[in-house]
Design a protein around this ligand. Structure first.
Ligand code: FES
Ligand code: FE2
Length: 388
């Protein structure tokens, strides 16, 4: 297949051409392209896998399917999050099937081989026959779990499957620079996740890229989010490009006190002149982020199939104080307000997915003004594909 690229490389308003095409349908519909996409586009950068608060305690373990790869995420004895390929070294059984606390030893459900939380093989019951647990020439050190590089930022666990991307903080720096200027130099350290009540999950019948694309433009706001558009209208939005890793949009009129409720504690260094600023970035390849003066959210898009994506939302706040009981109703209202917005987007990402079954569509065109962030994502994707 030819490299199905969008030809524009400039993201500045007015500099794109309407003749630019988006990615070919096959990148949204063909399971056969997944491996190529995973290995060249996704594996070589940092992708979101889960949230730190999925596994708060030592021994907490959760399986995650990521683009066909069975992975597991756990918290080790030192309190660090680790990610491993979720496969037993013996006969390749999926090691962890359900989330939960496994104590200090992961036991394979098949023949009960045991691994510690650092992935080392520690027990091989009956490997030499009944009651014989060791055999000459077999060294457990050679048969541990295969680890996947992971790091945390903003309450999100990121993985780098290739193992050779720059450090996560270095990778995220252009985005952190922007938001540190807005929310204060330590905003990312202050983020406190509402692990108990600030979560949401939904599954959409769509390729994960369409969720990235839909999130990074505000063009659809008046038609798909009519209520949001009343207090944060399209006319007050601006495009955002954070080279080379993200694109999206921002608003100057997000209303913190909507509904006459007292706002939550804001980031202490947030500029007073920008209290109504909200910014929304699609962090490539699979994380959606939103920042406002008094809250933050992340959505991880877990691609389950070419046409199916699990979306996981986590709300976060500017410090522990915001988790106080006096703010419980406000937090609940926020979750409900965002739930409505994200539910409104489901029909369009699923509709775009259905459209990609049509030979009458081959990448479409871009608005030279309002689709700039979407086109930036297409360029990012295309540039990561190797030449045929
Ligand atoms: S496959 Fe895991 S112990 Fe046999
Ligand atoms: Fe939307």
């Amino acid at each position: 297949m030819n490299k199905p690229i969008s030809v524009a490389t400039e993201a500045k308003e007015g500099s794109m051409t309407l003749s630019s095409q988006g990615l070919a349908n096959a990148w949204y519909t063909e399971e056969s392209l997944w491996k190529r996409e995973r290995d060249h586009v996704v594996a070589t950068t940092w992708a979101g896998l889960g949230f730190s608060c999925d596994i708060p305690n030592v021994g907490d373990t959760t399986p995650v399917s990521f683009m066909g790869l069975p992975l597991l995420m756990l918290r080790d004895e030192g309190g660090n999050i680790r990610v491993f390929h979720n496969v037993c070294s013996h006969r390749g059984m999926q090691l962890v099937v359900e989330p939960g606390n496994k104590g200090l030893m992961l036991r394979c459900p098949y023949h009960r081989w045991g691994y510690d939380l650092g992935g080392q093989l520690k027990a091989t019951p009956n490997i030499g026959g009944m009651g014989v647990h060791e055999v000459p020439g077999f060294d457990c050190l050679d048969h541990g779990l295969k680890e996947v590089r992971c790091e945390e930022s903003m309450g999100i666990v990121f993985i780098n499957l290739s193992g050779d991307a720059p450090a996560l903080v270095q990778h995220l720096q252009p985005m952190l620079d922007r938001w540190q200027a807005l929310a204060g130099p330590e905003f990312d350290q202050r983020l406190t996740a509402d692990c108990e009540t600030g979560r949401l999950e939904l599954t959409v019948d769509s390729n994960y890229k369409l969720a990235i694309e839909n999130y990074c433009e505000a063009y659809h706001l008046p038609f798909i989010h009519p209520d949001l558009n009343t207090y944060s209208p399209l006319s007050d939005h601006y495009n955002l490009i954070v080279e080379p890793l993200a694109s999206g949009q921002g608003t100057r009129t997000y209303d913190l006190t909507r509904g006459n409720q007292a706002p939550l504690p804001a980031f202490p260094d947030w500029s007073q002149a920008q209290m109504k600023t909200g910014e929304y970035l699609s962090l490539y390849p699979n994380v959606l982020l939103g920042i406002q003066a008094d809250h933050f959210f992340a959505i991880i898009l877990l691609p389950e199939a070419a046409n199916k994506t699990r979306e996981r939302l986590q709300l976060m706040y500017a410090g522990e104080a915001a988790l106080g009981e006096q703010y419980a109703e406000r937090r609940q209202n926020l979750l409900e307000a965002w739930s409505i917005v994200f539910a409104e987007d489901v029909s369009v990402v699923e509709g775009m997915q259905r459209g990609r079954a049509s030979p009458g569509f081959s990448g479409g065109v871009f608005s030279p003004v309002l689709d700039i962030p979407t086109q930036h994502f297409h360029n990012w994707f295309s540039q990561r594909l190797p030449d045929q």
